[in-house]
Design a binder for this molecule. Sequence first.
Ligand SMILES: Nc1ncnc2c1ncn2[C@@H]1O[C@H](COP(=O)(O)OP(=O)(O)OP(=O)(O)O)[C@@H](O)[C@H]1O
Ligand SMILES: [Mg+2]
Length: 245
Amino acid sequence: MSGAAPVSALSVRSLRAGYGRGGDIVHGIDLDQPPGTILAIIGPNGSGKSTFVKALAGLLRPRAGSIRVTGRDVTGLSAARRVAAGIAYVPQEKNVFATLTVRENMQLATEFLRRRAGTGPEQEARVLALFPELAARARTLAGNLSGGQRQMVAFAGALLANPEVLILDEPSAGLSPRFVSETMEAIARVRAAGTSILLVEQNVRAALRIADTVVVLVAGRKSLEASAGEIRPADLADLFFARAA
Ligand SMILES: Nc1ncnc2c1ncn2[C@@H]1O[C@H](COP(=O)(O)OP(=O)(O)OP(=O)(O)O)[C@@H](O)[C@H]1O
Ligand SMILES: [Mg+2]
């Protein structure tokens, strides 16, 4: 294997997923994410973005296909074991406990992490160095933080697992423009520290500013994959509208 391309941080093959007895929502997605990159997943409302990442995180059992993290097949693992295998997930909603402090939220995030290498006090120090505004607010209730700071608590909790891949589902949702920029900068810092990020975003312009690669999901299928520099937002509007109609 010498001279071969580096093993993908995340590799997905023919993934199908849906809910209960309903039809497939995700219709056979293939994906390869190189290590140390931000891959943005964008697409219209209801196109299956959250469903796709829930299947990656192990919250929804895939109906077919496979998921590998740094070459290891995690398809049959529970959500908790997938975290231990290197894939961490921050959901779209309710991703922090408002009535707990920043520190308590972070402690809770590590409760089940005993088996993962590279976790513990040193990782906590590395994570807090990435988010200095949290280090200064360890005793503040998460509910009293700004929306942007709350997102950082959620990122920080997930990063305590020292993941290879961090999945973020719409971290900028509901944030004012200033906090959107801060949040995107924080995500770019996480990549610089060596973690690959799978970023689901509605805010296409914000995502394009930091992403390396963009995948457009329409009606549960990949309708475009391109490097972020090749994509113009105006073209995306056509793609979203034409295929989603
Ligand atoms: N728990 C669920 N049970 C049944 N159907 C669901 C469930 N969650 C989502 N769906 C359906 O799956 C489809 C895709 O939803 P999903 O939330 O994955 O889209 P999305 O691209 O994340 O949308 P948004 O941009 O609004 O977050 C929708 O038709 C939705 O109604
Ligand atoms: Mg969603």
